[in-house]
Write a protein that binds this ligand. Structure first.
Ligand SMILES: Cc1ncc(CN)c(N)n1
Length: 223
């Protein structure tokens, strides 16, 4: 999946960290069904809390935006995360006897805390583009993983998870975010963004967030 023109450049800049993220053992075990249920639930509870704080970061992007279109797209993404994506977490956990209040109150694992607060700090200490670079691996990486696993995965109890991220709705969010990034890059870095002195810095933020995704999967495997 390309999701625009900037994402493939940022993904290439992340080098082997992108593969470590999107081809992680957790992802392989989701696909072949060998992931222990305990690990999946541990991950899912943490991921619910992740989405709460990640939505705060997208809400921060609304305040950092410079145009109405940017504001609208960021506001739509907040809704897609806490309105739509968390349904997977709430419904799956409800079947296991875990209600939403319990999810909301779950103590954050250090890897979770580190990731979301890094993203929030990127927005507080940087500008809209710094924040988008830190937000991008989450949204677009799961889009890429979902689309790939939808065709590669075998018999697995985690099909609903795969279908959520492969779905047209989620893929549309990825396409919209890819276009948002391209527009934000053109507006702030000009026609030749890779020549901008800011380019290495935004690539570094994307790579750091990618490394934090790897830490999140690691956390999921060690309940
Ligand atoms: C940690 C993580 N990264 C990405 C996604 C996909 N929005 C997620 N739910 N959780």
């Amino acid at each position: 999946m390309t999701y625009g023109t900037t994402f493939p450049l940022w993904r290439a800049a992340a080098g082997e960290h992108w593969q470590d993220y999107t081809r992680h053992a957790f992802v392989r075990q989701l696909a072949d069904g060998s992931l222990p249920r305990e690990s999946f639930l541990h991950y899912l509870v943490q991921d619910y809390v992740f989405l709460v704080h990640f939505s705060r970061a997208w809400a921060l992007a609304v305040t950092k935006a410079e145009t109405l279109d940017e504001m609208r797209l960021c506001a739509d993404t907040v809704q897609a995360l806490i309105g739509d994506e968390t349904r997977l977490h709430v419904e799956t956990c409800a079947k296991e006897g875990i209600d939403e209040a319990t999810l909301f109150a779950a103590p954050e694992a250090p890897a979770n805390l580190a990731y979301t607060r890094y993203v929030l700090d990127s927005g507080h200490s940087g500008d809209f583009l710094d924040l988008l670079a830190a937000l991008a691996p989450c949204v677009l990486g799961y889009g890429e993983i979902g689309a790939r696993l939808a065709s590669e995965a075998g018999e697995t109890p985690y099909r609903h998870w795969i279908d959520t991220y492969a779905s047209e709705d989620y893929q549309q969010v990825c396409t919209a975010v890819g276009a948002l990034i391209d527009g934000a890059v053109a507006r702030r870095l000009g026609d030749d963004p890779q020549a901008s002195p800011r380019w290495p810095g935004v690539c570094h933020r994307f790579t750091t967030a990618t490394r934090l995704e790897v830490g999140f999967w690691d956390m999921g495997l060690a309940p």
